[in-house]
Write a protein that binds this ligand. Structure first.
Ligand code: M6R
Length: 619
């Protein structure tokens, strides 16, 4: 949802801004631009399309200067073109603004600014900010920004420069993320830490309703009332190399292959002598014992992790648990109160709907636990307690390692609560713990089968592409599963549709006869998750129903399963044997890889699929 970056220092701002934007491109990639204070002028360059177009343009005609701002866009208001790309300038091109978020009242502001004679060039909401600052500017940029913010309704993180103040970079935040990178003789602003990590690991996380004024040697933060706020920088622990491809063709593939090691790190960090602890968690054991119900709220892939969590919690903790998508939860007066534990799951910790759901839940007196990946993110700070997934930076828009890390945290939380609330026997707890500890090794074994240059899943993807063309591009995918693997059916379908643009649906297999079976002819490819489980026989019957109607079946089964061989399925994918409870962690691996290879077969941009952005910070 747009990435912004700002720099003030002694280096060439253009280089710093472009590097920063390349680290933020996951947030949006339909156009990009920079504005730099050069002598007594502001110079800018904006280009439609990926950042590389801007980079090559600036290579030919660099803009010199040591103060500037940059932006990579995910369009909300106005189509992606050069005029709508940020930065936006005022009438006299004296100041420039970049913005992430949505100004909800921009139309009325625009009308009145136009009446006052301001000339607008773009269709964006952002441009009103530039004209308002222009209107209020009387020689003090910070003061003009403060006056402007009073009129804005909506969400924003902004960065502003003015040609008359070559020693100042001003930023502000209301509900969209903004961090300050603190350097020596230089300072930075950015939507996310990777943008500054090449230069500094000292970062200040801005809170809502704060304004920052950066000089080369100073950082001054104030709240919206103008009161000084004192904050110490935090040290980012991970390295920028973790946000690079390490020889893989795509971030998505790299992130898929990291999963075994991440799971083992999560277990090492949280389990000692078979006892589970969550170091940073601020919710007491007493509180955990007292909750009467659990509500899980999330979006997209995080929702699928939460749905798996609901299955686990109900089975082992025997506590009524329900799940909702954040966008529904926030608007329907949900029934949560002081007896409810609300778990908000979010990789980025910045998803606008999930953040609004968190605030709604807290306002109703519920205790909110965040399961987040990004350190210092808004959800992690506003929740009553947080458990970090520590999966490292996830760059590919299609989430993979964050999902398995979220599942791992749900397993630990479930076992922790079951023990605490005495809903599990010691024997069963020990059994599950030892099964769970086997999983990272099994995931790595499974992944090692897909490492060679060419593997079965690539062959299936090739086969699908041929079939798709034979069927005049009518082939689709259906994913079926039952019980704790049902969320994986949803996740497999989501992965495929978001990176290969092929229509895919996930369904609980038992529901097939209530509608989706009407879709079955020779067109759809049906992925049937049929690992050993209490519903295995039922899945075999579903497979037969599909085969009887001419469907193409990809079966996912447990290694060594002989019965599946007699089902006349078209393609077989095997996963190592583990207790059913933990099977989602293994089953999802081939689902992720299948989506990856299909998208690669079709030649799509896997890490940056069309119309999507990694972090959805608008409604
Ligand atoms: O950062 P979050 O986990 O809150 O993001 C939620 C969804 O936007 C995200 O999972 C999205 O569905 C991914 N593109 C899925 O791959």
């Amino acid at each position: 949802m747009c990435g912004i970056v700002g720099y003030i220092g002694n280096k060439e701002a253009q280089d710093v801004l472009l590097k920063g934007l390349s680290r933020l491109e996951y947030r949006g990639y339909d156009s990009a631009g920079v504005a730099i204070v050069r002598g007594t002028k502001i110079e800018f360059d904006k280009k439609q399309g990926k950042l590389k177009t801007l980079i090559s343009d600036l290579k030919d005609a660099p803009i010199k200067g040591t103060l500037g701002i940059g932006h990579t866009r995910w369009a909300t208001h106005g189509i992606p073109n050069e005029v709508n790309a940020h930065p936006h300038l005022d009438c006299k091109k004296r100041l420039a603004v970049v913005h992430n978020g949505i100004i909800e009242n921009y139309q009325e502001l625009k009308k009145s600014l136009k009446r006052e004679g301001h000339k607008f060039l773009s269709e964006t909401d952002t441009e009103v900010i530039a004209h308002l600052i222009e209107k209020f500017y009387k020689g003090d940029l910070e003061a003009a920004v403060f006056k402007t913010l009073k009129l804005l309704k909506g969400t924003y993180a902004i960065a502003v420069v003015h040609k008359n103040e070559p020693d100042k970079l001003v930023g502000a935040r209301a509900d969209s993320p903004l961090i300050i990178g603190v350097g020596k003789g230089e300072n930075f602003l950015a939507s996310d830490a990777p943008a500054v990590l090449d230069y500094t690991k000292e970062v200040i996380f801005m809170d809502n309703h704060e304004v920052v004024t950066l000089t080369r040697d100073g950082v001054s933060i104030k709240d919206f009332h103008g009161r000084k706020v004192h904050k110490k920088p935090s040290k980012i622990k991970w390295d920028i190399s973790q946000a690079e491809k390490a020889g893989y063709k795509h971030f998505m593939l790299k992130e898929i292959f990291e999963q075994g090691d991440i799971l083992s790190k999560i277990i090492d960090e949280r389990v000692a002598n078979d006892r589970i602890s969550f170091g940073e968690l601020k919710i007491s054991e007493r509180a955990f014992k007292g909750f009467k119900n659990i509500a899980i709220v999330a979006c997209g892939t995080a929702y699928h992790a939460g749905l798996t969590g609901k299955y686990m919690l109900e089975e082992l903790v025997r506590i009524p648990s329900w799940i909702d998508t954040s966008s529904e939860f926030r608007y329907r007066d949900p029934m949560v109160d002081k007896d409810t534990l609300v778990i908000i799951v979010s990789q980025s910790g910045e998803t606008a709907d999930s953040l609004a759901a968190l605030r709604e839940a807290r306002a109703k007196g519920a205790t909110v636990l965040g399961i987040c990946n990004v350190l210092g993110s808004t959800i992690s700070r506003e929740a009553d307690g947080v458990i970090y997934t520590h999966a490292g930076p996830e760059i590919a828009v299609a989430s993979t390692k964050a999902y398995t890390a979220q599942l791992a945290i749900f397993y630990l939380l479930t076992l922790y609560l079951a023990k605490l609330r005495k809903t599990i026997s010691d024997k069963r707890y020990d059994y599950f713990m030892s099964e769970f500890k086997r999983v990272p090794g099994l995931v790595n074994d499974l992944l090692s089968e897909y490492k060679p240059e060419y593997n079965a899943l690539e062959a299936y993807a090739e086969g699908f592409k041929r079939y798709y063309h034979q069927k005049h591009n009518k082939s689709t995918f259906l994913y079926l599963a039952r019980n704790i693997n049902y969320p994986n059916a949803l996740e497999g379908a989501l992965k495929l549709k978001e990176i290969s643009y092929i229509s895919a649906e996930g369904y609980p297999a038992g529901e097939m006869k209530h509608g989706p079976i009407a879709l079955i002819d020779e067109n759809p490819w049906v992925v049937c998750i049929a690992v050993q489980s209490k519903t295995y026989d039922k899945m075999l019957s579903n497979i037969q129903e599909i085969k009887a109607r001419g469907g193409i079946v990809i079966g996912i089964a447990t290694e060594g399963d002989r019965e599946i061989m007699h089902q006349n399925i078209n393609y077989l994918i095997e996963v190592p044997k583990v207790d059913e409870l933990f099977s989602p962690l293994l089953v999802v691996i081939p689902l992720q890889l299948l989506a990856y290879y299909v998208a690669r077969e079709f030649g799509y941009d896997i890490d940056q699929p069309r119309n999507l952005a990694k972090s959805v910070t608008v409604e």
